[in-house]
Design a binder for this molecule. Structure first.
Ligand SMILES: Cc1cc2nc3c(=O)[nH]c(=O)nc-3n(C[C@H](O)[C@H](O)[C@H](O)COP(=O)(O)OP(=O)(O)OC[C@H]3O[C@@H](n4cnc5c(N)ncnc54)[C@H](O)[C@@H]3O)c2cc1C
Length: 335
């Protein structure tokens, strides 16, 4: 069985930065992710969106941030297991054994759970047969805005994602229609106001109060979306694609079976160390909770540093840890 110092469950931005922090303390890492690419929510949900609150970057696109984090982790030669959900976590002599659905088995002295919202997936609208259209003309996220250039787009939902993408896609799409069951949108007030202004100017059509009722199409291509008002009266809208934005389903999956103290689908941790209720297992990033927790990438970065320092004595027992700045220590291969 492969052995490592620290096994990190989740290759989101926070898991990636944990590789760097562990590396700086001479701890090797194996990183697992259920998705087949690193970056977690940043890559899977909003790769082209600019982030404005990562220290040192006044503005950085989510995918670019992930690339920088992977570059920062690279000198420490992490071993990535992508497309590999961790299903099993067992305590063994000297640490833990992690196993994946595909049968990969890695032994580690300590475990960092950086699993975000768990194995996440979209909340699907209850439209029979929609699976056959997913990834062809039904999308739960926008990977590339350009893919929608010149298209007729129906967006369903009333939250931030629906509103933000309606505004953004109105710049490239031939037509954007937003289906929502209420007149009021649950988005940031400035975004909701911008949406309404675009609707007034005719750049976006608001289909309210309606909800998705069905669709027509063939060979993976949606032709028409059928919507129903609150009295059940239906209307068909011609379209090239349907983007339902009904939020994420949060599914901790196997993590819920690992005997960790949970609070509403989050792992409770000791804030100073990010230690969970099980010794040797730490949790950081969106999945970790403690009083006044902020679910921000920057909070997750700090938690990665705290967890790495707390793990050091488990990996290097008896060796004193002298706190040092990166400017003093340097990074292997970096001048
Ligand atoms: C549209 C949008 C905009 C946002 N904008 C900002 C912003 O401006 N600033 C900001 O700070 N934050 C923002 N966020 C939040 C930010 O993306 C999250 O705080 C951040 O992604 C959390 O990082 P993480 O590494 O903890 O978890 P995630 O990014 O969720 O990554 C966790 C990873 O763990 C994997 N995983 C889960 N379970 C398992 C398992 N059992 N085995 C293997 N892998 C597993 C998942 O596949 C996932 O890749 C935004 C979020 C969204 C959706």
């Amino acid at each position: 069985m492969t052995e490592t110092d620290v096994a990190i469950v989740g290759a989101g931005p926070v898991g990636l930065f944990a590789v760097f922090e562990c590396g700086m303390l001479k701890m090797r890492c194996h990183v697992f992710d259920a998705l087949d690419m690193p970056g977690g929510q940043c890559t899977a949900l909003y790769p082209e969106k600019p982030i404005y609150d990562v220290p040192g970057y006044p503005k950085i696109e989510a995918l670019a941030l992930v690339e920088r984090l992977a570059e920062q982790a690279a000198p420490f030669h992490p071993v990535y297991h992508l497309g590999a959900p961790v299903t099993g976590l067992a305590r063994v002599d000297g640490g833990f054994r992690l196993t994946t659905a595909a049968g990969i088995s890695v032994a580690a002295r300590a475990v960092i759970v950086a699993a975000g919202v768990g194995a996440f997936g979209p909340n699907r609208p209850p439209l029979p047969g929609i699976e056959a259209y997913e990834g062809k003309s039904v999308f739960y996220l926008v990977k590339r805005r350009e893919d929608f250039r010149g298209k007729r787009v129906v967006i369903a939902g009333g939250g931030d994602s629906a509103v933000d993408w309606a505004i953004s896609l109105s710049e490239v799409a031939e037509r954007v229609m937003v289906v929502h069951r209420r007149a009021k949108f649950r988005a940031a007030p400035e975004s909701a106001a911008r949406l309404e202004a675009l609707a007034k100017s005719g750049s976006i059509e608001l289909v309210i109060p309606y909800q998705l009722h069905g669709f027509e199409g063939e060979d993976g291509k949606v032709r028409r979306v059928v919507v129903a008002d609150l009295d059940g009266k239906t209307r068909a809208i011609e379209t090239d694609c349907l983007l339902p934005f009904f939020g994420l389903s949060m599914n901790l999956g196997a993590i819920a079976e690992w005997g960790l103290n949970l609070d509403r689908n989050h792992i409770t941790v000791e804030p100073a160390t990010c230690a969970t209720s099980a010794s040797g297992i730490f949790a950081i990033g969106d999945i970790a909770t403690y009083p006044a927790k902020l679910k921000l990438i920057l909070s997750g970065f700090a938690e990665a540093a705290q967890a790495a320092h707390a793990i050091y004595p488990l990996v290097h027992p008896g060796e004193a840890l002298h706190f040092e700045y990166s400017t003093t220590k340097g990074v292997p291969g970096r001048s």
